[in-house]
Design a protein around this ligand. Structure first.
Ligand SMILES: Cc1cc2nc3c(=O)[nH]c(=O)nc-3n(C[C@H](O)[C@H](O)[C@H](O)COP(=O)(O)OP(=O)(O)OC[C@H]3O[C@@H](n4cnc5c(N)ncnc54)[C@H](O)[C@@H]3O)c2cc1C
Ligand code: FES
Length: 303
């Protein structure tokens, strides 16, 4: 049976412009593996955007999404209320993260990447690994899912750029110390491209297996449109079907940065349009409120 209504069942604002959503999607909840993602659309004229699966509840038939509003469509998703629904949710897409008994694993999350790390941490723990997490953010209010991560991992470190929570600094400062202290067998980074690049550069000389989850521009998610093209080990790969996880030591990060920058003007334009639409609807609502108040005050009171 084709599901036609992907209802938001729970919604939690966990940081500024950041929501954790539980969405009814029993088929996806049943099939998905850690590391996979979905492509969602909120309405008929909406853009398709990829979102990592941040976990699921098979019994309740729910998938979890952690969404940061950075532009037009993610802003629309952020604004969905409980009871609203996505028009479509396609997935699970991409290859699952390879889970094995590696030994000591260090998972590094920044921004929405912390969501994807939740099911990966669970799977690695279940496979018998020692799991250490490092969560990085600019400031305290932007540290995501810290408590939830602590419940899943053996050790958790937090870094903030301004030192307002955890340790002042960046995730690679902590990773360097962990590597110097004891053997690390597997590293996975999910977050901003610059962070994933820095993590890969740090682990390269130590020859530690390092995976990064590439958040390139995606459109169809099926390997047909080519928009998620990346170069890995000198070969062209499509992040949606060959990834999103790749060997960080082989990824050409500079080529990705250049491709992602190609759409900056269009993205800015779309965001400005949405802001203008929202302002207009607020003005209409305010005007409607004023008219209603004026009507009430001009209506003679019953005696
Ligand atoms: C595999 C994968 C998993 C992702 N998981 C999450 C997640 O769990 N939570 C989350 O908040 N975000 C996630 N993203 C990023 C999310 O898809 C973008 O933030 C979203 O598409 C932005 O759209 P927009 O219209 O709001 O912003 P825009 O103004 O259009 O763009 C803002 C930024 O988002 C990126 N972006 C824009 N369009 C796309 C697109 N079609 N595909 C990918 N990136 C795009 C660009 O880097 C751009 O600079 C993921 C991306 C990928 C590829
Ligand atoms: S999103 Fe179209 S080929 Fe990957």
């Amino acid at each position: 049976m084709i599901q036609t209504r992907y209802e938001v069942v729970r919604r939690r604002e966990i940081a500024p412009k950041t929501v954790h959503l539980a969405v009814r999607a029993p088929e996806i909840a049943r099939k998905y593996r850690p590391g996979q993602f979905v492509i969602v659309r909120t309405h008929e004229h909406g853009e398709r955007v990829p979102l990592s699966l941040a976990g699921s509840d098979m019994e309740e038939g729910l998938i979890y999404l952690l969404v940061q509003a950075v532009g037009k469509t993610s802003g629309e998703i952020h604004d969905l209320a409980v009871g609203d629904a996505f028009l479509d949710v396609v997935g699970p897409l991409g290859r699952p993260t390879p889970i094995a008994e590696y030994g000591t694993c260090v998972l590094i999350g920044g921004g929405f990447g912390v969501g994807a790390l939740q099911p990966i941490a669970t799977a690695l723990r279940d496979a018998g690994n020692r799991v250490i997490a490092i969560l990085g953010a600019r400031q305290r209010s932007l540290v995501l899912l810290e408590e939830e991560t602590r419940a899943l991992c053996d050790e958790v470190y937090v870094t903030t750029d301004d030192g307002s929570h955890g340790r002042k600094g960046i995730v690679t400062d902590v990773l360097r110390e962990i590597i110097e202290r004891a053997p690390v067998h597997f590293v996975m980074a999910v977050g901003p491209m610059l962070m994933m690049k820095a993590v890969s550069e740090l682990t390269r000389p130590h020859r530690i297996r390092t995976l990064v989850s590439l958040n390139t521009i995606m459109v169809d998610g099926t390997g047909m449109c080519g928009s998620c093209r990346v170069v890995v080990g000198g070969q062209t790969r499509f992040a949606c079907v060959h990834g999103p996880d790749f060997d960080g030591h082989l990824v050409d990060f500079e080529a990705i940065r250049q491709r992602n920058a190609m759409y900056l003007a269009e993205e800015r334009e779309a965001l400005e349009r949405r802001r203008a639409e929202m302002e207009e609807s607020c003005q209409v609502a305010a005007l409607a409120g004023q008219t209603a108040t004026a009507r009430q005050s001009s209506t003679p009171k019953e005696s």
